[in-house]
Design a protein. Structure first.
Lengths: 353, 96, 376
């Protein structure tokens, strides 16, 4: 192992690491946003369209709007209560396509497998991919498999690409939220992140918490059917949690958001896990719920449509888009005061204080 | 520096000579060291900090605190009729 | 969660606030000592709800914040050494030392791991006999019994590949130092509930008497804090200066005897530097002679590492309550949660970080950007 001597480092100012990627760059918070905006997007050149960053892109195929999204899955551990990296990959990419108001049509799945990875585990994951795709009605039509040397991948990485076609009548975009919009959350938050932590070495605890990972495309179709163009924005709050999703939309749409802490559902075991580790539920990753910005006169119809589906039985209005504090998210607290909900900076670290 | 959470002891035993137990926090269960609450029994509540019980929860006192608060509200309401105004909370947040 | 949720009841919070309004006839300044209490106050917006005139100052109750710079440099030096498995509580990973932090070191290949309990560090030592496991033992008296048990356990099992880097601080000397400062603003204290669950409150009685300040041992939920503030204000209004206990469900006057015995066995009191404040006599713990073999500073030869703090950081003034973050030239500019210069910006409980997360920016910026709509 290299001998490092941080005392001989040449940077004179006590700033955080600036020359290497940190885990925090991948956690969906401010570091991630900066990495994309400052390093990745500028390199793509002028052929890449401008505009807010969305979960999926709309590509004009000469008269036909195709939606495409790609995502890599590097979750560790690979198997966790309620799911695994395989089902996560399928659901995650289906959801990214769906969040643009599109019906997912097909998936491509690429596996990068570490030398020495047990075949039984690979079989489990691949079966999980197949099962998730079948249940969602979105076939895996092509893929790739690579093997890398021992130590070069954390067991298994999966990259998924999804394509879909726009649903008639809706063009949800992160920049399309409007003052007065109702903010609807399709289900409880806090489960996926705590499910992962429950099996992570060093922090483990026993509980009934399971990931909420599920495909949301049918829920999106129900919402679009109920409100058409009244669906202004959709986002699934994955890394960085509800806080990141709301902050991204508030900034992209240049509007303020106010939500009610009392209205945000956090199932008791997930809430308890957050208490135990000192985590804020609004920063915890989710994989099976979405937040929708709906024109006010369509809000009730969308709630009813969501609640009629198994993925959305707990759908609830949690807040509104307002004209005050544009770009910021405020939350009315349990005890009747207000606080600002910020994005995470980097990794969410359990605290002792 | 004090993230201490109340939980209920659901079993206890010894691991490598140290008294340990399973503590339940509203559905989440974790192992914790119970050396500092000798004589603790299953079903009782403790405050857990970094995997250690540092204190028992006195359930009678816990209820008393809530009862006092409950009674307080009634007393104030009876005396004053209406709550006094507080400083508006909106201002500070919008002060940028 | 039982014994937690009940203390967040909004209608009971309302009653406490009404009672507070009815009780306070003059402005008062109260300091809550503990970072966990600050966290609740800021996250629930409690200070916004208090009657105008009741001012909360956030005290130095964040052991992460007050860990001296040289401890961080020593931690990083040790973590960078070959064969070391460095373990720590989560919040310490992001704290910057003179040049870097543990997260950055991990990015460069050091084996740095988060543990929830110090006993897990001991288990890692058992499971990895070819590595040396070091645990960063930071905290107030609340955490000292846990760290003591880790040492006692490792000693009992004859584990030799385990050591701790100690940076424990004690609350009563800090309160005394704050009160002794010439421009001390603080008129009453909310003592840290879990520190007192371990230590009891007898040490605070002479402080309350000598400086004529009410000290209320307080819990961490919104109702606890509001009740603690109310009890402090009642004392102030009636000219009393006693130690009272709000956190009756968890704290007794003499504290936890077994925990105190373990602390006394494994640690001895020593002078300790507090980041941003300086040295406070007899305010820290170091390993007792009997357990010198578990002292990581000695094992790795880093005792003489020294460090100088950023001249821009006014942590001392922040931590004693004499200044607020918005009065600091570096706040929000050179010093942000992303690139913290000093202790109170580092941890989410630090005053500056709490201010920043609540969106409080500098007065100057506000006036200059009145039309900005508040976007940062």
């Amino acid at each position: 192992m290299t001998v490092l001597d941080p005392l001989q480092a040449t940077c004179p100012t006590p700033l955080a690491e600036t020359e290497r990627i940190l885990l925090g760059h991948g956690s969906g918070g401010q570091l991630s946003a900066e990495l994309v905006a400052d390093l990745i997007v500028p390199a793509l050149g002028s052929a890449t369209p401008e505009g807010p960053l969305e979960d999926a892109a709309i590509v004009d195929m000469g008269g036909l709007d195709v939606v495409v999204s790609t995502d890599s899955f590097v979750v560790s551990p690979l198997f966790f209560p309620g799911g695994d990296i395989g089902s996560l990959a399928v659901h995650g990419t289906i959801n990214d396509v769906a969040m643009r108001g599109a019906r997912p049509v097909a998936l491509a799945v690429a596996y990068v497998i570490e030398e020495g990875f047990p075949l039984t585990d690979l079989r489990r994951v691949v079966a999980s991919v197949g099962e998730a795709a079948r249940a969602a009605g979105v076939p895996v039509v092509t893929g790739d498999t690579k093997v890398v040397g021992r130590g070069a991948a954390d067991g298994l990485f999966i990259t998924t690409t999804g394509i879909g076609r726009m649903l008639a009548g809706a063009r949800p975009s992160a920049a399309a939220a409007r003052i007065g919009d109702a903010i609807v959350l399709s289900g409880p938050i806090g489960q996926h992140g705590t499910a992962i932590l429950s099996v992570r070495e060093g922090l483990g605890f026993d509980s009934d918490i399971r990931t909420d990972s599920q495909a949301l495309h049918r829920l999106v179709e129900a919402a679009v059917e109920a409100a058409g163009e009244g669906v202004h924005a959709l986002r699934d709050p994955t890394r960085g949690g509800l806080a990141s999703a709301l902050n991204e939309i508030a900034k992209a749409s240049a509007v303020g958001i106010t939500i009610d802490e009392r209205a945000v559902p956090v199932p008791p075991p997930a809430a308890a896990a957050c208490e135990l580790l000192g985590l804020d539920p609004v920063h915890v990753a989710n994989e099976g719920c979405l937040v929708a910005f709906i024109a006010p006169d369509h809000a009730d119809a969308v709630l009813a449509a969501m609640r009629a589906r198994p993925e959305g039985t707990d759908a609830v209005k949690i807040g509104e888009v307002v004209g005050d504090h544009p770009g910021r998210v405020h939350m009315n607290t349990l005890v009747g005061s207000r606080r600002v909900v910020d994005m995470l900076v980097g990794e969410q670290l359990p605290r002792i204080c | 520096m004090c993230l201490g959470i109340p939980g209920q002891v659901i079993d206890l035993g010894e691991v490598d000579g140290v008294v340990m137990g399973t503590v339940d926090f509203g559905g989440v269960r974790k192992q914790a060291c119970l050396e500092y609450v000798p004589g603790i029994r299953v079903g009782e509540y403790v405050i857990i900090h970094v995997g250690f019980a540092i204190s028992r929860v006195d359930e009678d006192e816990a209820q008393r605190t809530l009862d006092v608060l409950q009674a307080m509200g009634d007393a104030v309401a009876a005396e004053l009729g209406e709550p006094l105004p507080v400083r508006p909370s909106a201002e500070a947040l919008d002060d940028r | 969660m039982k014994y937690l949720d009940e203390y967040r009841d909004p209608s009971l919070a309302r009653r406490l606030l009404d009672e507070l309004c009815a009780t306070a006839t003059r402005p008062w300044t109260v300091m809550e000592v503990c970072g966990g209490q600050t966290h609740t106050i800021v996250r629930q917006g409690i200070d916004e709800l208090l009657p105008a005139g009741i001012r909360m100052i956030h005290g130095p109750g964040c052991p992460v914040c007050v860990t001296p710079l040289e401890i961080l440099d020593k931690a990083q030096a040790i973590a960078a050494m070959p064969g070391v498995l460095f373990t720590s509580f989560g919040d310490m990973l992001r704290v910057p030392g003179s040049r870097t932090d543990l997260l950055a070191l991990r990015a460069r290949g050091a084996d740095v791991r988060v543990v929830y309990s110090p006993l897990e560090a001991v288990r890692l030592a058992q499971a990895n006999p070819d590595r040396h496991v070091v645990f960063l033992a930071v905290g107030f008296e609340t955490t000292a019994p846990a760290n003591a048990m880790a040492v006692l356990h490792a000693s009992a099992l004859g584990i030799s590949n385990f050591s701790i880097l100690v940076s424990h601080v004690l609350v009563p000397p800090a309160i005394t130092a704050i009160l002794a400062a010439p421009d001390c603003q603080v008129q009453a204290f909310l003592a840290a509930g879990h520190v007192c669950a371990v230590m009891g409150w007898t040490e605070y009685e002479p402080i309350a008497a000598r400086y004529r300040v009410p000290i209320v041992v307080t819990g961490f939920e919104p109702l606890d804090l509001l009740e603690g503030i109310l009890m402090a204000v009642r004392q102030l209004e009636t000219g009393r200066a006693a130690v009272e206990n709000q956190y009756v469900r968890a704290v007794r006057r003499t504290g936890n005897a077994e925990a105190q015995d373990a602390i006394r066995r494994v640690f001895t009191i020593a002078d300790r530097r507090w980041r941003g404040i300086g040295t406070i006599a007899e305010s820290g713990l170091v390993l007792a002679e009997e357990f010198a073999a578990f002292d990581a500073e000695h094992r790795f030869g880093v005792e003489s590492l020294a460090a100088t703090e950023s001249p821009l950081c006014i942590a001392g003034d922040i931590l004693t309550g004499t200044k607020v973050p918005t009065e600091c030239a570096a706040y929000g500019a050179l010093c942000t949660p992303r690139s913290p210069l000093g202790a109170p910006m580092v941890s989410a409980e630090g005053t500056c970080a709490a201010f920043y997360a609540a969106g409080r920016r500098r007065q100057v910026q506000r006036l200059a950007t009145a039309s900005d709509g508040g976007a940062t």
